[in-house]
Design a protein around this ligand. Structure first.
Ligand code: ZN
Ligand code: ZN
Length: 363
């Protein structure tokens, strides 16, 4: 099977040679990390098997958040964390996409504009949620995740929100449920987000760089009611916890051409696309975020600093719905995968960490 790492190992050095002097450091580091992931460049851990007396070296992974291999490994753990926060109510997936006309400015000012997209959306949602026709309180909570890609790896920044359907009352003493079919109307949401984003661009002195027609066009805001329970939340969590492209979409790497699968949104089918390796890497790197930028954020009652614990929220919700509390006891416990011996299958134990040569001698 071909992997993203194969692509970077084969063509990464050529890409670096061509563009190194004009590349942001975080892009160079991403290329180097992906190339070196599990190759020994990040050190090696020696494990031993008591049963068959063998020693097994396991090279360390890079841990880069844009590395598809490392991200895949984090998925289970992250999913489990989300499941622990499952609330016994219905959920929504809201998606807000920045229009084409903004992308040039957004690409050159990522930190400011991405942050503005998060905060403007939050303000707009709170404003609408206060309305009694929707929820009747601003004390909402949700998970927001920034994606910057489309299926063909093109630059396509959008924000996904995973929202439990309701809010804690302003007094904090009861749960107010939202409608089953929508959290808030998307039309006013689009208007408010757009207006707030425009203000944010004015404050950031970027407004003159933006074609004014983007403020007149309708932005794409999509709302999907996804139901309740573990399966809905698991589906949503998997959907939002991704990197630009996963290994299983790479079909072949041949003669400088990368063939990969992409989803045709209109026809809802998978298709194949072939790209020159340099173009593939260029597209991949567009989705490397500024250093330290948080692409996953928890708001309101799902924020770790919220005065409400998940347990309290569940209790509030169960007072108004006749909840099947058992729904919450089914969550399987998360077990970190044990290292198993390649020869006999018994558990391995840690012996030592070997530093990579470039770190110099230890001690
Ligand atoms: Zn890695
Ligand atoms: Zn997305």
């Amino acid at each position: 099977m071909s992997t993203i790492q194969d692509i970077f190992q084969t063509y990464g050095p050529q890409y670096l040679a061509l563009h190194e002097d004009r590349m942001p450091r975080v892009h160079k580091k991403t290329i180097q990390d992906i190339i070196g992931c599990r190759s020994g460049s990040f050190g090696t851990i020696l494990y031993g098997c008591h049963d068959c007396q063998t020693i097994q070296p396991i090279p360390c992974c890079c841990g880069n958040r844009h590395c598809p291999t490392c991200q895949q490994n984090k998925m289970d753990q992250w999913l489990h964390k989300q499941m622990e926060k499952l609330l016994p109510t219905h959920y929504f997936l809201l998606t807000i996409t920045l229009p084409h006309g903004l992308r040039q400015v957004v690409r050159s000012h990522q930190k400011i504009t991405y942050a503005a997209l998060f905060s403007c959306t939050h303000e707009a949602l709170k404003k609408l949620a206060r309305d009694k026709r929707f929820v009747g309180s601003t004390r909402i909570g949700y998970l927001a995740v920034l994606h910057t890609w489309g299926s063909m790896l093109q630059y396509h920044p959008h924000l996904h929100l995973v929202i439990p359907g309701g809010a804690v009352s302003e007094k904090g003493d009861q749960w107010l449920s939202s409608r089953q079919d929508l959290f808030v109307h998307t039309k006013p949401l689009e208007k408010i987000v757009k207006a707030k984003f425009k203000d944010a661009m004015t404050k950031a002195q970027l407004i003159d760089k933006i074609d004014p027609s983007v403020w007149k066009k309708q932005w794409v805001v999509d709302s999907q009611a996804v139901g309740k329970g573990q399966n809905s939340l698991r589906y949503l969590s998997r959907y939002v916890f991704r990197v630009a492209i996963s290994n299983n979409r790479i079909k072949s790497i041949e003669n400088g051409v990368i063939t990969f699968l992409y989803k045709d949104r209109r026809k809802k089918t998978w298709k194949t696309m072939a790209l020159d390796a340099m173009e593939f890497i260029r597209r991949f790197l567009q989705h490397v975020l500024p250093k330290g930028f948080m692409k996953i954020r928890h708001y309101g009652f799902l924020n770790p600093n919220s005065p409400f614990s998940i347990k309290q929220l569940r209790e509030l919700i169960s007072l108004i719905h006749d909840i099947i509390r058992d729904l919450l006891t089914e969550i399987p416990e998360y077990k970190k995968q044990e290292m198993k011996c390649a020869c006999c299958g018994h558990a391995l134990t840690f012996i030592a960490f070997l530093r990579p040569p470039r770190w110099g001698p230890s001690g």
